[in-house]
Design a binder for this molecule. Structure first.
Ligand code: SF4
Length: 280
């Protein structure tokens, strides 16, 4: 049994919250630069240049890339041979979020109750997802998610007869309906299969995949490539001001489903799609 202390977990979560908010991931940074070389719209190019400059300023001055520093979404992959010592895992994660948002001067964006809407003051509680795996490793991924793009996400409970074409139509429809609201260029996470909640989880997890990576399933890889091309023909463009760089990636995750179900979840994210990971 391997022992990992809650203090270590809190420290690493704190650092990841600050780092994910201030450092644009290299895959997205590089995709923005590549898009600049192919974007035909002058306004679109100017928007891309400003996004790159904004990311540079955030990184060098250690300030957030965007004012919406998000709800902290945390994926915990824990080996069943790990023992957490010194307290509760969930409290250790929330304490890391609390300290990270305080010390990093990140906006506190969480309200305690969806209707009464009083700010909790420290950006907790985080949304935490757990997977238990064999072995003695612990991996924590932090993906703070802003509301502008999260609010544009959708789930479609399609019929199996809708097929792959129905799924593609649903994804493109969600992106068109979102228009400029999720601060394009977007990263689009898609979850197909499972049930209502599983498809949403897959769509969220799909956003963790690096830009430029593809599904290892041939027909899903084709679907990712086709959707990216079609989405970039919608004309929404960088920051919604026109152009062909509407999305940098379409990442699709799939899993088994019921014979009568075909859920398709679309979790839209923005050019700031944040992600930090630590393996203990
Ligand atoms: S969608 Fe992204 S870039 Fe736009 S306000 Fe939200 S976090 Fe910021």
């Amino acid at each position: 049994m391997r022992e990992i202390s809650t203090q270590k977990i809190t420290d690493e979560v704190k650092k990841m919250c600050i780092s994910a908010n201030c450092n644009l991931n290299p895959d997205i940074y590089s995709a923005l630069n590549t898009a600049l070389e192919t974007e035909p719209s002058p306004v679109g190019c100017e928007m891309l240049r400003q996004l790159i400059q904004n990311a540079d300023i955030a990184r060098t001055e250690n300030i957030p890339i965007c004012q919406d520093t998000g709800l902290a979404v945390v994926f915990v992959t824990i080996g069943q041979e790990v023992h957490i010592s010194g307290g509760f895992l969930e409290e250790a994660i929330n304490e890391g979020v609390r300290l990270g948002y305080k010390e990093g001067y990140l906006r506190k964006s969480v309200v305690k109750d969806p209707f009464i809407r009083v700010n909790t003051g420290d950006n907790t509680p985080a949304v935490i997802h757990y997977s238990i795996v064999p072995g003695d490793s612990l991996k924590i991924e932090i993906a703070p998610k802003g509301a502008g793009s999260e609010n544009m996400s959708k789930i479609f409970m399609l019929k199996p007869a809708d097929g792959i074409e129905g799924a593609k139509k649903a994804v493109i429809g969600a992106v068109e309906a979102a228009g400029p609201n999720p601060c394009p260029p977007m990263i689009i996470g898609v979850g197909c299969g499972g049930n209502f909640e599983k498809s949403a989880m897959l769509a969220k997890k799909a956003l963790l995949r690096p830009v430029g990576s593809h599904s290892h399933i041939p027909h899903i890889r084709d679907m990712e490539e086709e959707l990216l091309e079609k989405i970039n023909r919608t004309g929404i463009g960088p920051q919604g001001l026109g152009g062909k760089t509407t999305a940098l990636a379409v990442n699709i995750e799939t899993c088994a489903t019921h014979i009568a179900c075909m859920p398709v979840a679309v979790n839209i994210s923005c050019h700031v799609t944040r992600h930090a990971v630590y393996e203990f």
